[in-house]
Design a protein around this ligand. Structure first.
Ligand code: HEM
Length: 203
């Protein structure tokens, strides 16, 4: 670990990905169990999106506290997509599931932690293309509605990811020894999203 900390040329993207791989596996496994169930209902899908919404509102607020992430979040907020999907799915249901009160307490103690959080929110868009393909067979989704969050940037997904990865690299070069705080912020984000999902899905 110390070797990495003292190495200014370390690849921060590889570092944070490796150090959080276990958390990714865990949240992906939780989510896939519900999301890729062949009988996934509109109701459960709505609860999943509500959980994402609750965690993203809390985290996007945190990101606005630091100039670096406040600048980056412009053009990267996922809230409007989530709101659109939630509105559409609610219109498909006779009874809308009650929103579980998540009581989320999340803070970033530094801009490095905030960058780590944003790493998770941006990285999560990468699985979106795969998720979108698996979901669009459900008849309660329409071609144009209900999948905006997982579609996210659409054709610009990879370009947005490369742009963010570059910003993360620059940040790390300008903030020597920030990698552990970036990692900590990423861990906080994974835990926040996972705990909201578990709360909503009663796990
Ligand atoms: C069913 C759910 C999910 C699937 C199938 C999935 C799948 C993927 C895939 C295919 C990638 C690209 C890997 C690569 O190119 O190396 C990825 C990256 C990533 N995902 Fe997920 N994902 C899921 C859920 C999530 C969630 C809920 C989060 C956040 C809490 C998340 C966070 C990330 C991050 C941060 C990366 C970027 C890794 C890197 O640094 O390259 N994923 N995911």
């Amino acid at each position: 670990m110390n070797n990495r900390i003292n190495n200014p040329s370390m690849d921060i993207g590889v570092f944070v990905k490796t150090e959080t791989a276990e958390l990714h596996r865990s949240v992906e496994s939780d989510l896939s169990r519900f999301l890729f169930h062949r009988n996934l209902s509109c109701n459960t899908y709505l609860q999943i999106l509500q959980a994402f919404y609750a965690s993203y509102v809390a985290m996007e607020n945190v990101l606005r506290d630091y100039p670096e992430t406040n600048e980056l979040i412009a053009g990267r907020s996922k809230l409007q997509w989530l709101q659109n999907d939630i509105e559409y799915l609610s219109s498909q249901l006779q009874t809308i599931p009650a929103i579980v009160n998540q009581n989320i307490e999340i803070v970033a103690s530094s801009s490095a932690e905030a960058m780590g959080m944003l790493y998770v929110m941006e990285g999560a868009t990468l699985g979106g293309a795969h998720i979108e393909l698996r979901l669009n067979k459900h008849d309660w989704l329409s071609e144009s509605a209900g999948l905006s969050f997982f579609k996210s940037y659409g054709d610009f997904r990879l370009a947005k990811w490369r742009e963010f990865s570059e910003a993360l690299k620059m940040f790390h070069q300008q903030n020597v020894l920030s990698e552990l705080d970036i990692q900590k912020g990423a861990q906080k984000a994974f835990h926040c999203i996972q705990s909201c999902l578990r709360g909503a899905l009663n796990e």
